[in-house]
Design a protein around this ligand. Structure first.
Ligand SMILES: *[C@@H]1O[C@H](CO)[C@@H](O)[C@H](O)[C@H]1NC(C)=O
Ligand SMILES: *[C@@H]1O[C@H](CO)[C@@H](O)[C@H](O)[C@H]1NC(C)=O
Length: 455
């Protein structure tokens, strides 16, 4: 065993409380979960790390940068009071609720410092996930409660700092977490002015969301199946990444995506004599391409493989919800394909068609339930999933020290998903986070690169 000394020195773990609630505040202190949220109650938190380059020595950081980050963090929850609270499931409640208790609750923030190699950690090359974990905050749930969001700020003296978060998916989907980060960054950048624009302000009204098929009951029953009858445990699943898991980042430029779209359309015309009536988006192309590369890198050549992903349906509901809706609003999709088709010459075109059709089907039925029982019956090695979205615009998170050098969705190490995000240079390309076992990384990198050279 190689001994890895912990590269992080923790300065303090503080509790950042929101200011007193003003009497005219309309921000709720409590929210019931709805069916969109319930699917995620037992899932491990979503974790991301934002790396910011800044050449502050320790003293400047502690005296000037950190107070600004902390002060703005204390102001932000007045727009997100529940985030300072907990998820609980009171004995007399049919379903779990989120609750903020003024005076009691606060956001947990760890302040740390590290001599680890900032540029290596924030690079695109494959890194061991255990090298990255020390920069993420603890997130501890119990049978009776779970936090909603925990944070860690780590200084890398004279190089930069990182902000890591863990967010409970039963309370926030990616869109909501991105909204929170944008709100916090905006308040910090503007020197602590806590007014937010409408695009930065969360929207809490869930009363317009209908559930005619009682998905809520399905999910609550599912929780009781997992825990035992009437067991309201909120303990999240303890999932750990295998020790040799590596995390790497790949990019597709705007031009790569356009080339691939053209190639796929040509293949449809030549071989299948007609184009399927689907919209070929950057999301579809990228997901299809990565899925195919992963199936090949893992040398799966017989039998079925599956791709699970979620689609934001705020705009698809009737009536639609604003993009600032606070909570989960995701529709689950799962597609199946023959691995043999995917690794063949038209593999990407086949995958694009399947993904495109799944998204197209949402026009008819926006709310597709995540079929939990089905997901569990699938062989994990054959189930590929997607996390994140370029639409979160995470590279637009500027606290006043410029765009992040790197944003990494680290929680894919447990789920085995690949992640999608916007690119740092903001030119319409996409960034893809990949987790693989060490021995699969080279094959993936070479498949990914060589597939782009075909025109
Ligand atoms: C929420 O959790 C924190 C930390 O565990 C605790 O101090 C606080 O009392 C909890 N609040 C509620 C409403 O349970
Ligand atoms: C309820 O379920 C949790 C795990 O989900 C378990 O740890 C706990 O012991 C269970 N409680 C009871 C009373 O069975």
């Amino acid at each position: 065993m190689e001994a890895t000394p912990n590269p992080v020195k923790v300065h303090e773990v503080c509790r950042v409380a929101p200011p007193p609630i003003s009497p005219d505040s309309a921000v709720p202190t409590s929210l019931p979960l709805i069916f969109f949220d319930l699917f995620w109650v037992k899932c491990p938190p979503v974790q991301r790390i934002f790396f910011f380059e800044a050449s502050h020595p320790t003293t400047t950081f502690l005296d000037s940068v950190l107070p600004k980050l902390k002060h703005s963090l204390s102001l932000t929850p007045q727009h997100y009071l529940v985030l300072a609270g907990n998820l609980t499931w009171p004995p007399n409640s049919y379903k779990p609720i989120i609750q903020y208790i003024e005076g009691d609750d606060a956001v947990s923030l760890t302040i740390a410092e590290s001599e680890a190699d900032f540029y290596h950690l924030s690079s695109n090359s494959f890194r061991k996930v255990k090298e990255i974990h020390p920069f993420l905050p603890l997130f501890i749930s119990s049978d009776t409660q779970a936090p909603l969001m925990t944070l860690q700020i780590t200084l890398f003296p004279n190089k930069g700092f990182s902000i890591g978060y863990a967010a409970h998916h039963a309370v926030l989907d990616g869109k909501t977490t991105a909204l929170f980060m944008h709100s916090w960054a905006s308040i910090c950048r503007r020197g602590g002015d806590s007014t937010l624009t409408e695009e930065e302000t969360p929207f809490y009204d869930r009363t317009s969301i209908k559930d005619p098929d009682d998905h809520e009951k399905t999910y609550i029953n599912f929780l009781f199946e997992l825990n035992g009858p009437n067991n309201k445990s909120l303990m999240i699943w303890d999932m750990n990444a295998p020790t040799d898991t590596m995390l790497g980042t790949f990019q597709l430029t705007r031009a790569d995506i356009e080339n691939m779209k053209r190639r796929v359309k040509n293949q449809w015309q030549e071989k299948q004599k007609r184009e399927p009536a689907i919209h070929v988006s950057s999301f579809t192309i990228t997901s299809a391409y990565v899925w195919v590369c992963l199936v090949k890198a893992k040398k799966i050549s017989t039998g079925k493989v599956h791709l699970g992903f979620s689609v934001d349906c705020r705009a698809r509901l009737e009536p639609p919800l604003p993009s600032t809706y606070f909570g989960n609003c995701l529709s689950g999709q799962q597609i199946n394909a023959d691995s043999n088709d995917l690794i063949g010459e038209d593999g990407v075109a086949t995958a694009v068609k399947a993904i495109g059709e799944a998204i197209e089907s949402l026009k008819e039925e926006a709310v597709k339930e995540f079929q939990v029982s089905k997901l569990f019956s699938i062989d994990k090695d054959r189930l590929f999933t997607i996390g994140g979205s370029p639409r979160f615009e995470l590279y637009n998170t500027d606290f006043g020290w410029g765009r992040p050098r790197k944003v990494e969705m680290t929680s894919i190490d447990k789920s085995g998903a690949f992640s999608l995000s916007d690119c740092r240079d903001g030119n319409g390309g996409l960034e893809i986070g990949i987790v693989l076992k060490k021995h699969e990384t080279e094959a993936f990198a070479s498949l990914f690169a060589s597939g782009l050279q075909v025109h």
